[in-house]
Design a protein around this ligand. Structure first.
Ligand code: ATP
Length: 684
């Protein structure tokens, strides 16, 4: 049996002969490891650079591959020295990888020289922009001193431009530090955040480091810091009050604006569903303020001025799947929620469209899954949020404007400009109990603690089924003693009676109480397999009547925005007979029902089960996270964290193999990008 070091090349492995590079890439494509696009990109490079050595061709194919996996660049030291760890492919590929690597330069220098000689590669800081399709950074442009720290990276031209644009805009926004009237802000904050002597003690949230021995109200601090600059990042786990804070910040901006009646506010989120939730939560929080502000602020006018929340695509006037030239935004304040889902290209477009003097307030959970597309901008920008890194001027301003003492452990005389614009909310009001403890253990990657919480929970909020057959998943989905699909099926069977609207709402609302969340799409334990199995089971039990793709009771998720129909990617609806008897898909927005004839909805999929990715921005009374035995790099710590934090009251974890949870927690997802390094270098 061969033993492989999974992180570095095994130089003592048997000398297997390497396939010619093109044949090897083809074999990896056949094995589903590379996309056709990745190989086509390598062929393009070979066509236009006849002298390209194998290391350039391989680097280009793997650059495209990494982009497909959400990375904005290819980190070259890792590629050269630890390809197994970087690619994290199945161990069956290790021999072929090792054999290939033996044919290539052994040292990073060799790869860099080859890339620097290619006419398709622009060396940042050395070459003029002649439209080269790839960009190499971390070599020529850095000073000899900085070069020791800058990691050489290879980019697709487009992503290098996006990353540069995001970094440039962020730095410009962070640089603006005004000195607003601290006294005035403090007076307003005391009104907007009334402290009740009966407030329960705050439980610690996921990500709480224990730094907060001195009480600090991070929500007030976030509002005060937002008034100093043009960019505020507010991150925190579920229920830490990001939206609650944003609503108060809006009120504060109105209260302190010279001409509040002219303040233009926009709300946006990556998906239609998240946008609708944001608007609902902001309005609710604002209306709840009327009592504490009395006549001093016209809350109803504020709600009206805030307008509807929109998807980022619609705000920027882009077509689905398109980034590019946006129309300039006519706003003074923009609040973007669920920012963990905003990918690099979208963030670059957004920052480009936003006027320099407008305030950008970004809300999101830095620990959640990043978008499927390349870039994890929120995660990058908030990587150091836990440590605070507040400079003395920020500490003093926090005291003066918010009356808050930032704990000494979070001070840093050399903190970056970005850190002065970032606040992490550290107390969850929703997750005090076992679900919160599980979320914390998952975030730390502590599998033993996660198992302990799962198995010792006595209040019924957590359940764990390890090493199960797929039938266990159906049983959970149809269980009688907890939120499941049973209530929705019951409502469905009751029929409309004489109040069709009430019936449709009930079916939709009961369906929203429970969801099966999968790590993967394919296979028996994936979305496709589970949806088919559950449909089959319900038909066999004669609960559903299905004689075609559409049937009464079919829950569907929209997979593509269609502005003409008023449906958006991620919307969940249920097909039900209309009062006239035609099958229509009904959607519920707050209390508002809308419907679309089934024949007009082409881009949908059945939604008994959905991916954790698609569930971002949604919550369910009971969420069941379903983990297959193997799902490679897809199944990591952030996915488990995002899945379990979709549960409001009850969370069930079901695994096909008992070891899979610990394996996932041991795999934090690292999205490679140069954004933070660039920001750090420039903001010194
Ligand atoms: N300072 C506070 N005082 C009283 N209630 C609060 C406070 N902060 C938040 N809450 C309440 O806690 C709950 C969660 O707050 P909120 O919805 O703003 O959190 P969130 O971080 O936006 O959550 P999610 O990420 O799940 O959307 C809400 O019911 C909100 O009213």
């Amino acid at each position: 049996m061969k033993h492989h070091d999974s992180h570095t090349l095994d130089l003592f492995a048997p000398q297997d002969a390497a396939l010619p590079l093109a044949a090897q890439l083809h074999a990896w494509q056949q094995a589903g490891l590379l996309r056709q696009l990745d190989v086509a990109w390598m062929q393009f490079v070979r066509q236009h650079d006849a002298h390209a050595p194998d290391c350039v061709l391989l680097a280009s194919a793997l650059l495209a591959h990494m982009e497909g996996r959400g990375h904005s660049c290819l980190p070259l030291p890792e590629l050269v020295q630890a390809p197994h760890a970087l690619l994290a492919w199945d161990s069956s590929t290790h021999d072929a990888l090792t054999a290939q690597w033996r044919q290539l330069p052994a040292r990073l220098d060799g790869w860099l020289h080859a890339l620097q000689r290619s006419p398709l590669v622009r060396v940042a800081g050395r070459d003029a922009d002649l439209g080269q399709p790839m960009v190499l950074t971390g070599t020529a442009e850095a000073s000899p001193e900085a070069n020791a720290h800058a990691a050489p990276r290879l980019y697709l031209r487009r992503y290098w431009h996006y990353e540069q644009a995001v970094a440039r805009h962020i730095l410009q926004r962070c640089a603006v530090a005004q000195t607003p009237d601290a006294e005035g802000i403090r007076t307003w904050l005391e009104r907007l955040f009334p402290t009740s002597p009966t407030s329960p003690a705050l439980p610690a949230s996921a990500g709480d480091t224990g730094h907060t021995s001195e009480p600090c109200d991070w929500q007030k601090l976030a509002c005060a810091l937002a008034l100093r600059g043009r960019l505020t990042l507010i991150t925190g786990g579920p229920g830490t009050g990001k939206t609650y804070t944003a609503a108060r910040l809006l009120a504060l901006l109105f209260a302190t604006a010279a001409q509040p009646e002219q303040l233009r506010v926009a709300l946006a989120a990556p998906t239609g569903k998240a946008a609708a939730r944001l608007k609902q939560a902001i309005d609710q929080a604002l209306l709840g303020l009327q009592g504490s502000v009395g006549q001093a602020l016209d809350i109803a006018a504020l709600v009206e001025r805030t307008g509807a929340a929109r998807t980022l695509h619609s705000l920027l006037g882009l077509q689905p799947g398109q980034a590019g030239q946006p129309k300039p935004l006519e706003v003074d304040v923009l609040i973007v929620d669920e920012a963990s889902m905003v990918h690099l290209a979208m963030m670059a477009t957004l920052l480009q469209a936003l006027p320099a003097q407008a305030r950008l307030i970004v809300l999101g959970d830095k620990d959640q899954l990043a978008s499927v597309e390349a870039g994890a901008v929120l995660g990058d920008l908030c990587r150091d949020a836990e440590g605070g890194h507040y400079r003395p001027d920020t500490v003093a301003f926090a005291q003066a404007a918010a009356g808050q003492t930032i704990p000494a452990a979070l001070h840093d005389g050399a903190g970056s400009r970005l850190a002065q614009c970032t606040v992490m909310l550290r107390h969850s009001r929703r997750f005090g109990g076992p679900i919160g403890q599980l979320a914390q253990a998952v975030n730390r990657g502590d599998a033993a603690a996660a198992q302990q919480v799962l198995q010792s929970c006595t209040d019924g909020s957590l359940a764990y089924h390890g090493g199960c057959r797929i039938e266990a998943v159906w049983r959970i989905a149809l269980a009688a003693h907890q939120p499941s699909y049973r209530d929705y099926l019951h409502a469905l069977q009751q029929g409309p009676g004489d109040d069709h609207t009430a019936w449709v709402k009930k079916v939709l609302q009961t369906f929203e109480r429970f969801r099966l969340l999968c790590a993967v799409r394919e296979g028996e334990w994936g979305v496709a397999g589970l949806n088919t199995a559950i449909e089959r089971e319900l038909v066999a039990r004669k609960v559903l009547k299905k004689d075609g793709p559409w049937y009464a009771g079919r829950p569907v998720m929209v997979t593509r925005n269609d502005a003409a129909l008023g449906v958006f990617n991620g919307d969940i609806g249920i097909a039900l007979p209309s009062p006239e008897g035609a099958l229509r898909v009904y959607f519920l927005d707050g209390e508002q029902l809308r419907s679309v004839g089934v024949a007009r909805l082409a881009q949908v999929e059945t939604a008994f089960a959905m991916t954790v990715h698609k569930s971002q921005g949604s919550e369910f009374a009971h969420a069941a996270l379903v983990l297959p035995a193997r799902s490679g790099v897809l199944l990591g710590r952030e996915l488990v964290y995002t899945g379990i934090t979709r549960a409001k009251a009850q969370c069930t974890v079901v695994t096909q193999h008992p070891a899979v949870l610990a394996q996932a927690l041991a795999r934090p997802t690292q999205r490679h990008s140069g954004l933070l390094e660039f920001l750090e270098k420039e903001s010194l």
